[in-house]
Design a binder for this molecule. Structure first.
Ligand code: F6P
Length: 373
C-alpha cells in the first residue's frame, strides 16, 4: 500500500496546476491516509531535494489561484545545468526519491515532462503523470488542463480587438501561443470570430491571406482580424524549416548536426519577426493599415476556468486512486468521458497536432474563415 507520495510541476506553467496539486493532495491524505510532499521548481527540486510538505493547511485556498504553488522549470533530469556544466542528474533524483521513502512520484506537465517522467520510470521509480499545457498538444489525451482557460483569455482578447479594428478600418493581427500545434489559435479564432486563422499545421500563402482581407473590403467590411499561432509559418518558411530538419536528421558528423541545429534555432527565434513581417506584407498587398498584438504569457496567467478546475480535480483524484491500486508508468488521459491510464511509452513522442480534416478545421472553413491556404 502506497504511503508516501511526491509531486512536482514541470515545463511552462498552466492554469489548473494548483487545482490538480490540491486534488492529488487532498484525496491522498483524506481518502487514502497517504503523506504528500511537493518538490519545488520541477525536476530541479527533485534533484536538489527542495521540498514543501503538503497538508490541509498548505493545500487550502489554492483551487482558484493561477500558476503553480510549487514553482516550475524546464529542466531535464539527464541534461541539467549545474554551475556552468550540463550534467545527467538522474541518479541524484533517484536518491531523493528513496531518501523520502516515496512509493510514487506524480509529475504534472506537457510533452517534455512525459518524456522526463518516462526516463525516471525506466530507472525503476513509480511514476505517474497528468497532462497539462495551454497548447493542448499532448498525445493520447483529448484534453490537457490549462487549454480551456487560455482559449477563453485569447477569445476575450479577439473580442476586444474587434471594436478597435472596426473603428480604424485596420487589419489587427493577434499573435497567440502554440509553437507546434494550432489548437489555441483555431479554437479562440473560431470562438472570437477571427476572419483569418493561421496555424502551424497549415503553412500559409500570403496572397491567399491578402485575398481574404480584400474580399472583406469589397463586401464593405474594412477591417479584418487575423489570429496567428506563434508556430505558424508561410509556405516558403516551412520549406526551409523542413529542409533544415532533414539536414539535422541525416547529418553524418557532429559538426553538420550542430550547424543544422543552429539554423533551426535561428528559424525558431524568427517566429515573432514573422508575425511582424506578415503585418507589413498585408499592408502592402491590401493598402489597409495593420497593427500587431502578441498576447504571449498573458494566456497562461490568472485564475483557471471552471472547466479547467473540474478537469484538473478529476485527473488529480483519479491519480491517487491509481496510486492506491499500484498502477504506475502511465499518464492519465482524457478519452471521451473517461479518464484512462496510458503507458508513458505510448505518449512520448506523439505530439497531438490538428488533423487537417478535424471538425474544427471544417467548421472554420464553413463559416468563411480563411486558413491561409
Ligand atoms: O508550452 C506551452 C507554451 O505556452 C508554448 O505555447 C510557448 O511556446 C511556450 O510555452 C513558451 O514558454 P516559456 O516562454 O515559458 O518558455
Amino acid at each position: 500500500m502506497a504511503k508516501f507520495i511526491g509531486i512536482l510541476t514541470a515545463g511552462g506553467d498552466s492554469p489548473g496546476l494548483n487545482a490538480a496539486i490540491r486534488a492529488v493532495g487532498k484525496s491522498a491524505i483524506g481518502s487514502y491516509g497517504m503523506q504528500v510532499i511537493g518538490f519545488r521548481d520541477g525536476f530541479r527540486g527533485l534533484m536538489a531535494d527542495r521540498i514543501i510538505r503538503l497538508d490541509e493547511t498548505t493545500l487550502s485556498g489554492i483551487l482558484t489561484v493561477g500558476g503553480t504553488m510549487l514553482g516550475t522549470s524546464r529542466d531535464k533530469p539527464n541534461k541539467m545545468w549545474v554551475g556552468d556544466k550540463i550534467l545527467d542528474m538522474t541518479e541524484a533524483m533517484i536518491d531523493t526519491y528513496h531518501k523520502h521513502h516515496l512509493d510514487a512520484l506524480v509529475c504534472l506537465g506537457g510533452g517534455g515532462t512525459q518524456k522526463n517522467a518516462l526516463r525516471l520510470a525506466q530507472k525503476g521509480l513509480n511514476v505517474i503523470t497528468l497532462p497539462k499545457t495551454i497548447d493542448n498538444d499532448v498525445g493520447m489525451t483529448d484534453m490537457t488542463f490549462g487549454f480551456d482557460t487560455a482559449m477563453s483569455i485569447a477569445t476575450e482578447a479577439i473580442d476586444r480587438l474587434h471594436s478597435t479594428a472596426h473603428s480604424h478600418h485596420r487589419i489587427v493581427i493577434v499573435g497567440l501561443m502554440g509553437h507546434n500545434a494550432g489548437w489555441l489559435a483555431l479554437g479562440a479564432g473560431i470562438a472570437g470570430g477571427a476572419n483569418v486563422i493561421l496555424i502551424p499545421e497549415i503553412p500559409y500563402d500570403i496572397n491567399v491571406v491578402a485575398d481574404a482581407v480584400r474580399q472583406r473590403s469589397r463586401a464593405g467590411k474594412n477591417f479584418s482580424i487575423v489570429a496567428i499561432a506563434e508556430g505558424a509559418r508561410s509556405q516558403e518558411d516551412t520549406e526551409q524549416w523542413q529542409t533544415s530538419l532533414k539536414a539535422k536528421a541525416t547529418a553524418e558528423t557532429k559538426k553538420q548536426k550542430k550547424q543544422a541545429k543552429v539554423i533551426l534555432d535561428e528559424l525558431g527565434e524568427q517566429l515573432t519577426d514573422n508575425t511582424i513581417r506578415l503585418s507589413r506584407e498585408l499592408e502592402q498587398l491590401t493598402g489597409l493599415e495593420s497593427r500587431v498584438t502578441i498576447l504571449g504569457h498573458l494566456q497562461r496567467g490568472g485564475t483557471p476556468s471552471a472547466a479547467d478546475r473540474l478537469l484538473a480535480t478529476r485527473l488529480g483524484t483519479a491519480c491517487t486512486s491509481m496510486i492506491n491500486d499500484g498502477v504506475f508508468g502511465v499518464m492519465l488521459a482524457v478519452q471521451g468521458e473517461r479518464i484512462v491510464p496510458v503507458p508513458l511509452e505510448e505518449v512520448v513522442g506523439k505530439r497531438k497536432l490538428i488533423p487537417l480534416h478535424h471538425s474544427w478545421v471544417e467548421t472554420a472553413r464553413l463559416v468563411g474563415i480563411s486558413l491561409g491556404a
